[in-house]
Write a protein of this length. Structure first.
Length: 277
């Protein structure tokens, strides 16, 4: 989901859609400046300042990660002192006056931004305790496409990539959220014991805010090479065949840029995100 924020009506939509990020927390704050060369003065001049704030929050049984990108920033404040933490949010405040958007991310104004316009991108998934503990090997994909992938399509794609799998359907009793359409486990078809080779848990859900679907992959059990290869290949299949956005940790990545991002992260050792070839 991606939405432009330019006026009062857009701000009302943002606060209504997110519930003001009540009870959420800020995971990342970044500022970037763009400079252009001015031929008249033969100097570089400031062209634009951009601030990005990433917020993780829960709303209506959904875990959500929102990236709020604010362009044309003219005032920006972030203040922490003596171990204070301004990352926890109550309810953010926002207003639009004199053509400027103003965001207060906490009542004390320790995180405050004034800008010309903003853009919000968001990926949401049903909240599960088991997913909350699987961040190190979890990948989420959200697409506006109305036609969802099926288990059969996924199995066929993995088989064609030389990674045959068997499918173990999840128990209906575990489907606590009505958004979940199907879920289960991809188990490497290696003839080995299931506990030894690990598996990849898959959950497809939707629709969310309009047509579309989301899918979550995470490695369960043994973090074996076979399970991690299936994890990586399934993610690549989805990103190649459907438009949408990926979520790794707290980073939202356009689906079309997934392969390049993964390649760069692989060269850096992937940090805390364990996605192997």
């Amino acid at each position: 989901m991606k939405q432009q924020i330019k006026n009062v009506e857009d701000l009302r939509w943002l606060l209504g859609h997110t519930g003001g990020f009540r009870g959420g927390y800020v995971t990342d704050v970044q500022m970037s400046k763009r400079r252009l060369f001015d031929e008249g003065s033969a100097r570089e001049v400031l062209a634009d300042t951009m601030v990005t704030v990433v917020v993780r929050y829960r709303l209506r049984q959904m875990e959500r990660v929102a990236k709020l990108t604010m362009m044309g920033v003219t005032d920006f404040s972030i203040f922490e002192q003596e171990g204070a933490d301004c990352s926890s949010l109550g309810v953010i405040q926002a207003e639009c006056t004199a053509g400027k958007l103003r965001f207060w991310f906490d009542p004390q104004g320790e995180l405050y931004v004034v800008c010309d316009e903003a853009q919000v991108e968001e990926v949401a998934m049903p909240f599960r305790d088991e997913l909350a503990h699987a961040q190190a090997a979890q990948w989420t994909f959200q697409s506006p496409v109305a036609h969802w992938p099926t288990v059969e399509w996924l199995l066929e794609g993995l088989d064609g990539a030389g990674l045959p799998c068997t499918w173990k359907k999840g128990k209906a009793a575990n489907r606590r959220q009505p958004a979940v359409q199907w879920e289960g486990e991809l188990i490497p078809a290696l003839g080995a014991n299931e506990a030894d080779c690990g598996s990849v848990r898959v959950m497809l859900y939707g629709p969310l805010d309009g047509p579309g679907f989301g899918i979550v992959l995470h490695v369960t059990g043994t973090q074996s090479r076979a399970a991690c290869r299936i994890f990586s290949c399934a993610a690549d299949l989805l990103a190649r065949h459907f438009s949408g956005q990926c979520l790794v940790g707290n980073t939202i990545i356009p689906g079309g840029e997934w392969m390049n991002w993964k390649s760069l992260e692989h060269q850096r050792g992937m940090g805390n995100e364990r996605i192997e070839e």
